[in-house]
Structure formats: structure tokens, C-alpha cells
Design a protein. Structure first.
Length: 163
């Protein structure tokens, strides 16, 4: 009965709207559980490490909905990917060189109001980009009012204004 209801073993082109809808509902619930199994950080401010998991997870689970891959094994792969993410995160937590390899590192762009043009050029961050971030996030109008501006691992620029 469930096999027929979900269209298991049926060619993707033969799936009905009801079967795909039910698959979508099940994958939606499974995706919520999978993301809860993952860390809270996974879907918040993502590093490249987190973004890659999100892309692969979405692509994999979509295959379960559209029938281009076996339904249950595809859901299992989703859980395996998130568990692998957790394992790599745990290793990165305890091993700083591994963390830098997997998650990258931050870089200081402005220190005590002085921009570092070499680091800015390396990251393709213009002075206008820094000023925009300073105005939006640091409530500072000029770089001289910035104590520290850091390009974070997730690609955002954090601004610490001078007192």
C-alpha cells in the first residue's frame, strides 16, 4: 500500500501529483529532523563548509521527491551527510589546523583606523566596501573611527568601532 501511495519503484515520469506531494511532505519532515540532528550553526551564518553541506543535502533530498533516486536510501544519505558534518565539526573543534583547512580563517582588514591594502586586495574588498560595512554595522562614518574590521570566515565583515 505504501509502495503504491509513494510510487516506490515507479519511473519518475510515471509519478502522479499526489505521489510527488506525499514524497515532498515526507522529505520536508525528514529534512527538518535532519537539520535538527545537525548543529544550530549549520543553517545560520555559514562558512563554505556549511554551505557545501546545504547544497549537497538539498540536491540529494530533491532526488527523493522527484523520483530520480531510490526514496529511502536517499533519505538515509541525508542523515549520513549531516552526521559526517557533525563529525568533521567535532574534529575541527579539537584540531585548529584542521579547522583552518575546513572552515577557513578570518583576516584583519582595518586596525586602529588604518586599512591594510595588501589584505584588502587579496580579498578583493574595496575601501568603499569597508565604509559601507562600517556605516551599516559599526555605525561609523570613516575608517579612522574603526578600531577593528575583520573579514570573517563566513565572508562577512565585522566592525568594532573606536570608543
Amino acid at each position: 500500500m505504501i509502495k503504491d501511495l509513494l510510487g516506490l519503484g515507479v519511473e519518475p515520469s510515471e509519478l502522479t501529483a499526489l505521489q510527488m506531494s506525499l514524497r515532498g511532505l515526507i522529505v520536508f519532515v525528514a529534512a527538518l529532523v535532519i537539520v535538527r540532528v545537525g548543529h544550530k550553526r549549520f543553517m545560520s551564518r555559514m562558512t563554505a563548509f556549511d554551505a557545501v553541506l546545504g547544497l549537497i543535502l538539498a540536491s540529494t533530498l530533491a532526488r527523493a521527491v522527484n523520483g530520480s533516486a531510490a526514496f529511502v536510501p536517499t533519505l538515509v544519505v541525508g542523515f549520513v551527510l549531516v552526521l559526517l558534518h557533525r563529525l568533521i565539526s567535532a574534529i575541527a573543534f579539537y584540531c585548529k589546523p584542521f579547522a583552518k583547512l575546513v572552515k577557513g580563517s578570518s583576516d584583519i582588514l582595518v586596525e586602529d583606523g588604518n586599512a591594510n591594502p595588501i589584505r584588502m586586495r587579496a580579498h578583493k574588498v574595496s575601501e568603499d566596501d569597508l565604509l559601507e560595512e562600517a556605516r551599516l554595522n559599526g555605525k561609523v562614518k570613516e575608517l579612522t573611527g574603526v578600531a577593528l574590521a575583520t573579514l570573517e570566515r563566513n565572508g562577512e565583515i565585522s566592525i568594532v568601532p573606536k570608543d
